[in-house]
Design a protein around this ligand. Structure first.
Ligand code: DC
Length: 234
């Protein structure tokens, strides 16, 4: 796919991908970033890493002074892994990319992500990363709060049954003891908290384009998004 037809350099844009849990946001975001040679940022990984820190250090996230104090000791970095070409989440110098995907983190992350101090901390870092443009970021509030002026906003969705099956497959590979019911319960619970919290709830931005991938292959969804990207780069 060529994004530049003439000699002119294509303009760098910001692409935001928001949507429900497990609807394939990160898959599409990674594909687009690779095609465009853009930076990919998984904003959910930041909330997951903060949750990991809080759990390890017994931080009570219902107490704002405790949260503020803990945040002073958190350093988040996205580090490129040259072996697999992926960008991975590091917390205070430790690669936590694998451990933050655990169900133990998934069970608490929505509560932590609903805390104002946590969101302010994460959002300011996300905005900093987007200053140079040329970025694809996925999450829940990227098109509405983090980059309200992004050139391309995608709101992804898929049938709940499809999403549960996808997440189950992903988690089962790591932990064969996991059940479909557990995964469904966690997904429904997170979607509820993410879309009902007081600060920056999951919403479709007014100028976002909906991409329902329930019945699309990865190749098909990439093809659709690429067309949108091309239009916005003009
Ligand atoms: O995308 P994910 O499942 O890794 O996200 C983990 C949690 O973080 C999710 O339950 C909601 C929260 N989140 C958020 O509130 N805002 C974002 N921009 C990204 C994630």
């Amino acid at each position: 796919m060529h994004f530049c037809d003439g000699m002119e350099q294509p303009k760098k844009i910001i692409i935001t991908i928001d949507g429900w849990s497990s609807c394939g946001k990160s898959t599409l975001a990674k594909q687009l970033a690779k095609e465009l040679n853009y930076v990919y940022i998984d904003s959910g990984a930041m909330y997951r890493a903060i949750t990991l820190y809080f759990l390890r250090h017994h931080v009570d996230w219902t107490i704002s002074t405790a949260v503020n104090e803990a945040l002073k000791h958190i350093k988040l970095e996205f580090v490129a892994n040259h072996k697999n070409g992926q960008t991975e989440m590091w917390l205070n110098g430790e690669n936590v990319e694998y451990v933050i995907r655990d169900l133990v983190i998934a069970e608490k992350v929505s509560e932590v992500a609903a805390v104002k101090e946590v969101r302010d901390f994460a959002v300011s870092r996300q905005q900093e990363m987007g200053k140079a443009k040329g970025i694809v970021m996925d999450g829940r509030d990227i098109g509405t709060v983090v980059f309200p002026h992004a050139e391309l906003k995608i709101f992804m969705t898929a049938d709940e049954a499809v999403r549960v099956q996808r997440r189950f497959k992903e988690l089962y590979e790591k932990n064969p003891n996991i059940t479909l019911a557990e995964v469904k319960q966690n997904l429904t619970h997170r979607d509820y908290i993410d879309s009902h919290r007081a600060i920056s709830p999951l919403r479709q931005a007014a100028d976002a384009i909906v991409l329902d991938n329930s019945h699309l292959t990865m190749k098909q969804q990439l093809g659709i998004a690429e067309k949108w990207v091309k239009e916005r780069m003009k």
